[in-house]
Write a protein that binds this ligand. Sequence first.
Ligand code: AMP
Ligand code: TRP
Length: 331
Amino acid sequence: MRIFSGIQPTGRKHLGNYLGAIRGYVEGQERGEGIYCIVDLHALTAGPDPNELRRSVYDTAAILIAAGLDPERCILFRQSDVREHTELCWLLCNVASFGELSRMTQFKEKSEQHRQFVSSGLFFYPVLQAADILAYQTDEVPVGEDQKQHIELTREIAQRFNSRFGQTFALPVHRIPPVGARIMDLQDPRKRMSTTASTEQGAVYILDDAAIIRRKFKGAVTDSGKEIVRGADKPGISNLIDIAAAARGVPPEAIEKEFADAAGYGSFKEAVGEAVVELLRPVRERYEQIRPDEEAVDALLSRGADKARAIASPTVAVAREQMGIGPVRPR
Ligand code: AMP
Ligand code: TRP
């Protein structure tokens, strides 16, 4: 079982990233061969400051290790260190259509936001993501709900490539957690919690300290009524129930039951805040120890890249050959 996922280095990582994805990476490392990539090349599409981009890779690596990724048991690396990804991306661009890339929700949303300058990198973003996944003969991709469409496109591209050029790529499936796949903003629970769209109070960051986390939950927007049950007309409470369930590792029904007699939303919000404080505390503590030693992080990413390259390069070589790239007699 090969498990692969990618995470962007830029932007502060939040509770949605943790519950929707990072926890799934750690679990993947137990279930199979986990390969995790910090996608600095994808981050370029948001036009980051170069020094910030470079540093953010260390921040993200430290968060992932603090969350439980063990570089002895999985492969953790920087995307740009393995050039095979960009080469395969170009090959796959010729198998992905302009129409299907234009229909990607993330592209449509981001190109609306950026308006003044929509880079073509943003357009090709999903093809690079497909290359990331397909280069490793991936079986499963742990991601949050918002990435489902990109994984489906990846399958589509793989299938088309295989039928046109011969069997080359495995067909991956997405693995989306049953609870926590779509954590909503605490201030506007109709919006996904996100680094770019959430306000400071609306997002809980993995590195927030306990007092800040408690304050954010206390101020979370709830709905009218006072029952602690999920429902389409109760996005605020539904989100808090999901967060509590995911943080404690129980089904949402168990949370509804536990708080059936609660006097109101106040004590419930406190309890959810406390569950998240306990969940994130060890991550933040380990992060403080790991982050300062950049040399150690570098060494580990570069070992990860060597292992990743050894896996990706034979598949990319086959893809090249199938498409007719290279000399008649391969050197
Ligand atoms: P990113 O930081 O955009 O690279 O996202 C990393 C991972 O976090 C991806 O697998 C996303 O699907 C996941 N993710 C991002 N936002 C949320 C959210 N609000 N709830 C659940 N998962 C999320
Ligand atoms: N697009 C993903 C996100 O924004 C990040 C990503 C890049 C990724 N390559 C990937 C996720 C490969 C899964 C597999 O979250």
